[in-house]
Design a binder for this molecule. Structure first.
Ligand code: MCN
Ligand code: MOS
Length: 764
């Protein structure tokens, strides 16, 4: 620790509980002792178990299903097929698009991907359900599948015009530029692989449906269930207090969710359905595989004249996923001419989905590798070329940045890493038989803002409760909301309890796009402020209060004690005051929703993503920023790559809790190391099936793969981004890591690998 860091730590520890303090996770003890109960751990009377049967072909029709053997197997209660499962209705999508009035069947007759659910068995025990599911016989009429993006029949796909971004004349300017680079960059299909699998327990009591399911969006999922079953939204309760990771994969109710809820309704008993690890690779979408070409034209001084970008991502045959590949390309560097277009190609896969920084992550891989290639072409330092082309304002939205501490990130990161000692030539740094490479890349993620709601209660014993149907999947929501309430109310943080993960509580929108912390700290700040105002109002006006008649406009509450700001008059604890007032509790439901919103707009605010505020709304363009500096060591004989050092400087605005923010950033960086070197969903070309459907074959980094990671915050409070000045944290860290590693590998070896992951056979 430096003296500066020690001073910093000392001042932080004195104010652990306040916003900005390094309070450890308040949900930590419950998780470590097992007191935290996850969705599948509910013990319900009469619980039954469902197991899914998946298609063994990637495309075609189910022609027949023989369920007789399964039906008579021990313990079996029902075998569901497309013919026997109850009819559901189609639900609206996450934009709230009114659903077509047609039935929805979560078990497929027309198979569009391998592993798609075609039948389900419900039995008294899990083992009985597994045994019976193996007895279900399915016949198919198989048709040729398009297995992935490189399939000969994949074609160019569909142009997504809404993704086109253009200014100037990019193609002409590129053709005329004296210095040019143009290359193709690919990322494979990747999976979120949260530790806790997907699944649920569904229970009906009359027309009331309760679902215990790990969820990043209780209100949105409740809406889907309500629409499937044609029941009022209020009749559905989602419960998800603890979640073993989501990384984007747990925001929607999916086909397996519908199967379990339908089975529970049909049997009149609660049903538990948990996906197996292999089913976790086929029941919801990972990150779509992508292909990009990035062409950059520059003058001889390195100033960019034009960027031409074309991208493609895979989507499903019967579902649309667009991975916005031009999102970073269009804002990272200043350029007078720009063109980005995107296509999607339908392949026989489950619909791809959100994985940490969808869009920004692969987008940064393209542009941040390409700019590195341009630097070598020009003989410039990779850091220098980024500064030469620094975008002083958003080149696409043509607006000022709300805050952009990216120059500071480059400078601070370079200093801490020791970048100045880098020798420029590839293969010029070595340590014995290891080639050493240093690479840099930038990253960014937009500040997604939305309206939020929270309930804050002050109780007669001086404690406080915060309630919200938002969630904590490990990011730290419990902790930062406790800190926000403690600071606003003036009560010690141990006296604040936070309840999350129940859709009966104050409504919340999706936990995605790194927005929750900003949304919810704003809502809790508002609700807690209202509760405090009410307490102070009562203290000054109620004849039973010792402050009654005091010549004061207000009172202050600090460390759970209330007094006049001038220090005259009495001082007593909040509990004592509440006792004197005969007040059981003070409740305030605060929200940041515009007063003009109708009931329906409010409902849509929590159950769709359509009401979120654009990050370029008004005069500013709002984003988090970062710069990653990476050292790799490549074995000269074997081509094995180890990341030996990472220093990242990040701008997420004001941090609500630096300890948690650092942990989030590091988690993202670790995921980025996995993406760069290990992760790759491989499709068996004969059967169109994901080969690596488990954690032995789908490689993730372990502790041994992860070096010392230093993260440095360079953010400043950003009043345009959130109520308390913070910007997004959760997704930022992963963006730019893979290109920084690819660039370091080039510096080490002189070999440019443009296909992730960077495995040894690509280097030797
Ligand atoms: N934070 C902070 N200061 C800020 C903003 C955030 O200290 N200015 C800290 C807080 O501890 C907050 C956390 O960072 O709880 C994340 O805040 P935010 O960036 O708003 O992200 P969300 O709460 O919306 O979380 C979602 C985000 C996303 S979209 C993915 S994907 C992701 C991620 O968080 N999935 C995760 N981080 C994850 N972390 C864990 N452990 N597990 C996942 O599945
Ligand atoms: Mo995060 S991928 O937006 O849940």
């Amino acid at each position: 620790m430096t003296v500066h860091e020690m001073k910093h730590a000392a001042s932080d520890s004195a104010r652990l509980e306040a916003v900005g303090g390094r309070l450890s996770r308040v949900d930590g003890p419950a998780k470590i002792t097992g007191a935290a109960h996850y969705a599948f751990e509910q013990r319900l009377e009469g619980l039954t178990h469902a197991v899914l049967v998946g298609a063994t072909i990637a495309a075609g029709k189910v022609t027949a299903i023989d369920t007789r053997a399964a039906e008579t197997a021990p313990g079996v209660l029902a075998v569901l097929t497309p013919d026997t499962i109850m009819a559901l209705k189609t639900a609206s999508d996450w934009f709230g698009t009114p659903p077509p009035d047609r039935p929805y069947c979560p078990l497929a007759r027309e198979v569009t991907f391998s592993g798609q659910h075609v039948a389900a068995v419900v039995a008294e025990t899990f083992e009985q359900a597994v045994a019976a599911a193996a007895l279900v016989k399915v016949w198919y009429d198989e048709t040729p599948a398009i297995v992935d993006l490189s399939d000969g029949n994949a074609g160019d796909g569909i142009a997504i015009d809404a993704m086109t971004k253009e200014w100037g004349d990019a193609e002409a300017a590129f053709a005329e530029a004296p210095v040019r680079v143009c290359a193709a960059y690919n990322t494979p299909r990747e999976f979120q692989v949260a530790m806790e699998p997907h699944g649920l327990i569904a229970r009906w009591q009359g027309d009331q449906l309760t679902i215990w399911e790990p969820s990043q969006w209780l209100d949105g999922m409740a809406r889907t269930y309500a629409e499937w079953f044609g029941i009022p939204f209020e009749n559905v309760r989602l419960v998800s207090p603890y979640i073993g990771g989501g990384f984007g994969s747990k925001a929607l109710a999916l086909a397996h969710s519908a199967v379990a809820a339908a089975a529970a309704r049909m049997l009149g008993r609660p049903v538990k359905l948990v996906l197996t690890r292999p089913q976790n690779f086929t029941s919801y979408g990972g990150r779509a595989a992508t292909r990009q070409t990035v062409a950059i034209g520059a003058d001889r001084q390195g100033k960019i004249q034009s960027i031409v970008h074309r991208g493609v991502n895979e989507t499903a045959v019967d579902g649309m996923w667009v991975e916005p590949l031009g999102s970073v390309t269009s804002i990272m560097y200043a350029t007078p001419n720009f063109s980005s277009k995107q296509n999607v190609v339908r392949v026989n896969t489950v619909v791809p989905g959100a994985k940490r920084a969808p869009g920004e992550n692969p987008s940064a891989f393209g542009i941040e590798c390409a700019i590195d290639e341009l630097a070598y072409e020009l003989g410039l330092d990779p850091l220098e070329i980024r500064l030469i082309n620094y975008a002083e304002r958003d080149p696409h939205a043509k607006k000022a940045w709300s805050t952009r501490q990216l120059r500071e990130a480059f400078a601070t990161g370079a200093e801490a890493f020791g970048w100045a000692k880098r020798s420029r030539e590839p293969r010029s740094m070595r340590d014995g038989h290891q080639l050493v490479g240093w690479g840099v890349a930038a990253g960014t993620y937009p500040v997604r803002r939305a309206y939020g709601e929270a309930m804050v209660k002050l109780l007669s014993d001086g404690s406080a409760e915060v309630e919200s149907s938002s969630i904590d999947m490990g990011q730290g929501t419990y902790t930062i909301l406790a800190q926000t309430a403690a600071e606003t109310l003036g009560v010690p943080v141990e006296k604040v309890s936070v309840k999350l993960g129940d859709s009966r509580l104050a409504r919340a929108g999706v936990t995605g796009g790194s927005r929750l912390a900003g949304v919810m700290t704003g809502a809790v700040y508002k609700a807690a402020g209202q509760a405090l105002d009410e307490l102070i109002g009562l203290a000054l006006s109620d004849p039973r209060s010792p402050f009654h008649g005091l010549q004061a406009n207000t009172l202050v509450v600090k460390d759970g004690r209330i007094a006049s700001p001038r220090g005259d008059g009495p001082e007593l604890s909040v509990a004592e005051l509440m006792g004197m007032l005969g007040c059981e509790k003070i409740e305030a439901k605060g929200d940041t929703v515009p007063a003009s919103f109708t009931r329906e707009q409010r409902y849509n605010n929590y159950t769709t993503i359509a009401m979120a505020l654009p990050h370029t709304e008004g005069d500013y363009s709002r984003h988090s920023w970062c710069a990653h500096f990476v050292e790799v060591r490549v074995d000269e004989d074997f081509g094995t790559v180890r990341v030996s050092r990472v220093v990242s400087a990040l701008d997420s605005g004001r941090l609500y809790n630096p300890k948690l923010a650092e942990s989030q950033w590091k988690g993202g960086i670790i995921m980025g190391i996995g993406q760069a070197l290990l992760e790759e969903g491989i499709v068996d070309r004969r059967h169109g099936r994901i080969v690596n459907g488990n954690l032995a074959d789908y490689m993730l980094p372990t502790n041994a793969d992860i070096p010392d990671i230093q993260t440095i915050s360079v953010g400043i409070p950003d009043p345009h981004s959130s109520a308390l000045g913070g910007k997004g944290v959760g997704e930022l860290g992963i963006v730019g890591v893979a290109p920084a590693i690819a660039n370091a590998v080039f510096h080490a070896t002189g070999k440019r690998v443009r296909d992730l992951p960077i495995t040894l056979e690509k280097l030797i």
